[in-house]
Design a protein around this ligand. Structure first.
Ligand SMILES: [Zn+2]
Length: 249
């Protein structure tokens, strides 16, 4: 389905994909775009299909059903590829749909206020466009594997061989900036931190239990839920920027 190309030719095609996405997009203003759309993501995938898969990958996927989406809720994975099967109640016929989702949250909080080198799939990325390309390349290999073998695992040698041959990927991970890192660096808030925050005009104090898109703060409360330390707490979901480190409980 794919033909591997040499380093110079691959770089040329990468640049061509990036250039064409930016010039066609109605939302992306440059390599560190602050806005993008489903259509931009889909167009980028179409260009990859054209330049790297001879137009065969999306054709096959669309024969079943293929959609692209940005997610605000994905806070650790940079992207995901899903194969969904449906069974028609009447005919018992099974149909398959594929979906590629990229994390808008991770992409937009990287190349922002915290500055450090960012690696995705083993290569240093200078901007959001490059990171988006590396993540999409990774997901497209998941898609190809699913189309051919139904299952796909990026920790397995088969995936990594394809990813390396086709896109020169040396890793199957990213180190995009997570909420947890941002909370620690920018607001000095970590899991286990004692914090204070305002809620409906009152000040609450509690303990940070978890950080995803928001921080989960446990506040001591006799009417709350019983936890394994024998205390009762009520849970609050607070944007990290609304927390202040607190002294004492
Ligand atoms: Zn993966």
């Amino acid at each position: 389905m794919s033909v591997a190309v040499g380093g110079d030719e691959r770089r040329r095609r990468w640049q061509e994909v990036g250039r064409r996405v930016l010039s066609r997009s109605k939302t992306m203003s440059g390599p560190n775009f602050t806005l993008t759309s489903k259509r931009d993501l889909e167009f980028m995938a179409e260009l990859y299909d054209h330049y790297f898969f001879a137009g065969q990958c999306l054709k096959l996927a669309r024969h079943h059903g293929m959609q692209f989406r940005w997610s605000k809720r994905m806070t650790s994975a940079g992207g995901k590829t899903v194969r969904m099967t449906y069974q028609d109640q009447k005919t018992q016929k099974q149909s398959i749909r594929y979906e590629i989702v990229l994390s808008a949250t991770l992409l937009f909080q990287t190349f922002s206020d915290l500055k450090r080198p960012i690696r995705v799939t083993g290569s240093l990325c200078k901007n959001r466009l490059q990171a988006m390309q590396r993540i999409l390349e990774h997901e497209l290999i998941h898609l190809v594997e699913m189309l051919v073998w139904q299952d796909s695992c990026c920790a397995a040698p088969r995936f990594q061989t394809i990813a390396n041959r086709l896109f020169a990927h040396t890793e199957h991970t990213h180190d995009l900036i997570t909420q947890r890192e941002r909370a620690a660096q920018k607001f000095n808030v970590r899991v286990g931190s004692r914090v204070a925050f305002q809620h409906q005009g009152a000040t609450y104090r509690g303990l940070v239990n978890r950080i995803t898109r928001r921080a989960t703060v446990l506040v001591s409360d006799p009417g709350g839920q019983l936890y394994d330390d024998g205390q009762r707490y009520r849970k609050y979901y607070v944007p990290v920027s609304h927390l202040r480190p607190a002294i004492g409980a």
